[in-house]
Design a protein around this ligand. Structure first.
Ligand code: FES
Length: 280
């Protein structure tokens, strides 16, 4: 379901002027920005997995997942990958930016009701997954046991550390499993790639939905492990959020075969992705 329920819906190309009210340095190359409108409101109300278009005046704009929201703010996390994202990283709190959205469909929060949930994130791929994790905690009675498996290259590359090590483990009937590809002298947790750790943890596929996002190579091998463990492709859900460009079916840069990621996704089951041409 595409939801364009935003204040700029009469012209989806006009951003709202917002201010950055908090910047969190997650890792050396990832920052999280909390933004609200100039009159102190939430720019729009996203569902888990939806994206916003964030613009820097005179520099450019790009689409990023909304990773969290509160009563009067939304958050997005941006990794440094080039000129525009470098410019975001040079912002200071109080700076004004343009924001519009939400864009794309969202994670199937209703069909997942009554199920155990296994969230799997790799690197910055935890950002879109985090929005569903927070939603599940806010609607805790609707979901069964929650497991969160997160992996990064090194301890320094772990994002949302406060959530991973402080907030989420305190939630009822919830377990957080963190692994790094390479440890260091401070790291006492698991060392190893996500697919191997996943198999070690031996989750049962019964009445459980899997929500995963991360680098394509991680997704490929994690899916192989999930299938080996007995999960079905229908029960494994991912997002192709990185393919979202204009978000409204205009630029022609997101299509895979006959599907437009921005109009049909970016959230798909692995079974749905199987039906698309192999352009991933
Ligand atoms: S993102 Fe532009 S057409 Fe889909």
């Amino acid at each position: 379901m595409v939801n364009h329920d935003c204040t700029c819906k009469d012209n989806p190309l006009v951003p709202q002027l917002c201010k950055v009210i908090k910047i969190t340095q997650e890792t050396p190359d990832v920052q999280t920005y909390r933004v609200q409108t100039l009159d102190g409101k939430r720019p729009f109300t996203p569902m888990p997995g939806q994206l916003g278009m964030f613009s820097l005046l005179g520099v450019g704009e790009a689409m990023f997942s909304v990773t969290a929201y509160g009563e009067d703010w939304i958050e997005t996390s941006i990794k440094k990958t080039g000129m525009l994202t470098d410019a975001f990283h040079e912002m200071a709190e109080g700076q004004q930016i343009g924001v519009r959205g939400p864009y794309g469909n969202h994670f199937p929060v209703d069909p997942c009701k009554g199920k155990d949930l296994l969230f799997i994130g790799g690197g910055i791929g935890l950002a879109p997954v985090r929005s569903f994790i927070r939603y599940a905690f806010a609607h805790r009675a609707d979901y069964g046991k929650i497991d969160i498996l997160y992996g990064s290259r090194s301890p320094a590359d772990l994002v949302f550390k406060e959530d991973l090590f402080d907030n989420w483990p305190k939630e009822p009937d919830t377990a957080v499993h963190v692994t790094v590809d390479r440890g260091d002298e401070t790291w006492e947790g698991n060392v190893g790639m996500v697919p191997g750790y996943l198999e070690e943890l031996a989750f049962q596929p019964v009445n459980r939905k899997v929500i995963l996002c991360g680098p394509p190579i991680m997704i490929k091998f994690t899916l192989q492990s999930l299938l080996k463990m007995g999960f079905s492709k229908e029960d494994c859900i991912t997002t192709l959020e990185m393919r979202m460009k204009c978000g409204i079916g205009k630029c022609g840069r997101c299509n895979i075969g006959s599907k437009f990621v921005c109009l049909d996704g970016p959230v798909f089951t692995m079974a749905e992705l199987d039906e698309l041409p192999d352009e991933m």
